[in-house]
Design a protein around this ligand. Structure first.
Ligand code: SF4
Length: 103
């Protein structure tokens, strides 16, 4: 069994051959690459996603105050029961190691 001498030429020709829709494969590949670059640019132009909050465990959150310090007096507290830095439900009577008194 011998291979036809023009295998390479046949493969090359098929790369340039037009599909049944009249568009060459090379043009399709180039179009796909351009579209991919466009999608990547759109993704990069979006504003950065909001940072995720720290877990209560990592912040060493507790449901009770630490001395006179408590979430209600913290600048990061978001009434009625949230925090801008710590995830989950936060009690105004709670405390964590990120405590920062209101200015
Ligand atoms: S002490 Fe401040 S930072 Fe910590 S959980 Fe309470 S409100 Fe958030």
């Amino acid at each position: 069994m011998s291979k036809p001498e023009n295998d390479a030429a046949t493969a090359h020709d098929s790369m340039n051959a037009e599909t049944t829709s009249g568009v060459s494969r090379r043009a399709l590949v180039a179009g796909f690459a351009a579209a991919s670059v466009g999608v990547a640019c759109l993704a990069m132009s979006r504003p950065a996603r909001a940072q995720t909050k720290m877990s209560q465990a990592d912040a060493k959150y507790q449901d009770s105050p630490k001395g006179s310090e408590k979430c209600a007096g913290c600048g990061l507290f978001a009434a009625p029961d949230a925090c801008n830095a710590v995830d989950g439900k936060i009690s105004p009577e709670g405390w964590c190691q990120l405590y920062s008194p209101k200015a």
